[in-house]
Design a protein around this ligand. Sequence first.
Ligand SMILES: Cc1cc2nc3c(=O)[nH]c(=O)nc-3n(C[C@H](O)[C@H](O)[C@H](O)COP(=O)(O)OP(=O)(O)OC[C@H]3O[C@@H](n4cnc5c(N)ncnc54)[C@H](O)[C@@H]3O)c2cc1C
Length: 468
Amino acid sequence: MEGILDCLRAICGPEHVSDALADRICYRRDCGPTPGGVPDIVVRPESTAEVMEIVKLANQVHKPVFLWGRATTFVDHGVREGCILMALDLMNRVHKIDLENQVVTAEAGAIWHAVDSELNKLGWELAAPGGGGMFSCTLGGTVAYNAVPHGITEYGMTGEHVASLEVVLADGTVLHTGSAANTDAPFPIERGANGPDLTGLFVGSCGTLGVITKVTMRIRRIPECERYLFYAFDRLDDAVDAAAAIQFQQAATFLIGLFGGPKPAGVEGEAFLHAIIRDSVAEAERRAQAVRVCCETFRGRWQDPEPTRRYWKEHMYSWLRNTPASAYYGNRPYCCPEVAGFLPTQALKEVIPALHEYVANNADFARVGMRVKGFDVYFSPNAAFLWVDTLYPEMDPEARQVGLRVRAEIAELLFSRWMSPGGIVSGMAPYIMPRLGTTYELLKRLKIALDPNNILNPGVLGLGGEDD
Ligand SMILES: Cc1cc2nc3c(=O)[nH]c(=O)nc-3n(C[C@H](O)[C@H](O)[C@H](O)COP(=O)(O)OP(=O)(O)OC[C@H]3O[C@@H](n4cnc5c(N)ncnc54)[C@H](O)[C@@H]3O)c2cc1C
């Protein structure tokens, strides 16, 4: 151990390496229910060159490395006991805002909202607005997880807006993807250049195939205006049909459905749709009219859209339910064993009743004080991303066991018939990876080819054979 510590201190400077228990235990877990192992060492590189040296060393001594953005995932990201934990928070510089080519390049540890704020000063924004964790999550972690961004209905997934990546592979090689791969013209402007889409290999790979050290994202001008709409429905099926019609009309920038959990304060109904539209004034008005027609055709009732506006401006979920955060989350710590994923929009008509039935038939819910936070849907351009968010009292060990069982049962229920998750990490991997058939086999072969010693994030996607 002393030898490894000395080497890491030589690479990063002693002030960026710690083996103190008080530091190490801070890096055990994400926002998910299960603490991972305690790392042996925490190291915080400041440059790509330092990352290269760290992974080379880890390979030499066969010690796993766990990559830490800001650990804002809700799924149990699975820190390996005794690993070198590489925290990327010091690699947070914005390298270049390139308005001419409409991209921004920043280091992987830069905070999503911090990069966006720099762009906002110039009247621009990241092409993917970021997920709800935007105020604390990093660019690298968000791309590695392929987080579901706000605005997905029009803008699509986070990964779609990555133009190029700089990645350090497990052997210390540095790779530039897309157009930046051409060593004679290394401009990070187009993902589709230079053959196979290697950017896509790292999007969603959760740090198992390489360390993302720089991200080049597409940017857009901030749209001229925003419109907000909020509708209540008495029947789930009507809300789903209205949502499908809005998708078909490509009318909303962001369409959110609330199909379980607390109802919006002061609003009658069984299902609710919030729509945010961002466009020129004329186009926004046309699209808002399309949303109104879709909702009212399916018996939706117009509501004051102030909660929609507050949600979008503050990115605080509770406003979707017309409730301040303090009242929404209650007065004791809860943990959210989340299960989330994509399914066909029309399948919601079966899935949501199945979830309500599951909760109604599960006596443990009431017994341990568990509750449904939401069966909420972010509609993508053509499908539904469903968040099944339950809450259990965090400090109660029995409630935690129930929470984990509920997560397993819901994952089993949904993944076996309707749904595929977005981000995976170790909490979801056991429920989905074995279902991926030849895709799983190919991913394992890629892992062996790129990381034969299983150094990078072992266990996170179950790609490392027996070891995982
Ligand atoms: C309040 C709140 C709201 C949220 N809302 C959303 C939402 O709307 N949509 C959504 O999808 N998620 C959401 N999340 C989850 C989370 O914010 C996102 O998944 C986030 O993008 C993860 O970023 P991170 O920097 O914290 O990554 P981490 O959690 O640190 O890492 C995620 C994974 O990527 C790996 N990794 C980290 N950095 C790198 C790197 N540089 N190179 C390679 N691998 C790396 C990690 O090892 C891990 O496997 C929310 C979280 C919070 C706290």
